[in-house]
Ligand binder design. Structure first.
Ligand code: ZN
Length: 317
């Protein structure tokens, strides 16, 4: 009995997770990794309906996060990145039929320069009556490769153009390619966004950082049944927080719930290894040379329950 109770408590601790989905293209079969067919989209929406998932608005989710309230397990936030025309032609009517709110994150330059497969400002104006608009940068560059000033100017340009064209103040940001480091965050955070989104799969729970919200990329191939198994462990990452200047990962230091003992640690280039937490403290001497410029560190209790951070080398370092 005691055992079950304990299991139940740790389950609760790991639980209460909402999920944020990100879509890109619709019925654009030339891009299978970022595309979803309208048939699949309807199937997914039927799945959500049948299993009583609640598609919430951005403000619903942010309110819960800011109040540090428990986030219901059945909550889902739907986002669409970039602003491809195919959202308007193939998916917008489906979102409206189901009355599902959404967040459309704009790659502003592509829209303002009339790139052929992107939405027009006029279409976005219409769309914005049904969903929120977010900034996905002006130029959609790899921000970690830019100087601080360039990151700032890119963001400002994007915000100014959206304001000029839609008369809307945008209060959320989506990192292009989901990439960021401390330098990027510092510049983006100067704009005091209410929320910033990355693209690390996982879930959103009471202690999630509103300035670093996890999202799950969805395509035709995604099984929602699988996606909803993703939970996030409550990890406070202490070290490292940035890519080490000498390229050597010396220590990993993190705090987790003291109930968690046996975990796994993933390091890009080295794979998974078994580790043990002592009273919630993980302190490991690693001393490994990092082989890639983008390093993911993950702590996990099983394949679906994890927390990860990304370290990206600054260009020129
Ligand atoms: Zn993008």
């Amino acid at each position: 009995m005691k055992y079950f109770l304990l299991l139940f408590i740790s389950y609760l601790y790991l639980n209460a997770n909402a999920h944020v989905f990100v879509y890109h293209r619709f019925n654009e079969f030339k891009h299978p990794s970022t595309n979803i067919s309208s048939i699949k989209l309807i199937e997914q929406f039927e799945f959500l309906k049948k299993h009583s998932y609640k598609v919430v608005s951005l403000s619903d989710l942010l309110e819960k996060l800011n109040q540090k309230e428990t986030i219901p397990d059945n909550w889902v936030l739907l986002m669409i990145d970039d602003g491809y025309k195919s959202f308007y032609t193939h998916a917008f009517k489906i979102f409206k039929e189901y009355k599902y709110p959404f967040v459309l994150a704009l790659y502003v330059k592509a829209i303002d320069d009339n790139y052929k497969d992107f939405l027009t400002w006029k279409q976005i104006k219409e769309i914005s009556n049904y969903g929120d608009i977010s900034l996905h940068s002006y130029s959609h560059k790899h921000l970690t490769h830019l100087g601080s000033n360039e990151i700032y100017e890119d963001t400002k340009k994007g915000l100014d153009l959206i304001f000029k064209k839609l008369n809307q103040k945008v209060n959320t940001y989506v990192y292009p390619f989901g990439e960021y480091n401390q330098k990027v965050f510092k510049e983006i955070n100067k704009f005091k966004f209410d929320a910033i989104f990355n693209q690390s799969p996982g879930s959103v729970y009471t202690n999630s950082d509103v300035l670093n919200i996890r999202r799950i990329p969805i395509s035709s191939k995604t099984s929602l049944r699988e996606v909803f198994k993703y939970k996030t462990i409550d990890v406070k990452w202490m070290e490292p927080l940035i890519y080490p200047k000498d390229g050597i990962l010396k220590t990993v230091y993190a705090k987790v719930n003291p109930k968690l003992k046996n975990l796994k640690l993933f390091i890009t280039g080295y794979g998974w290894s078994n580790i043990v937490a002592n009273n919630g403290i993980i302190e490991l001497k690693i001393n490994k040379y990092l082989k890639k410029n983008r390093i993911r560190l993950s702590l996990a209790t099983n394949i679906y329950t994890r927390s990860s951070i990304m370290l990206i080398k600054n260009k020129g370092e």
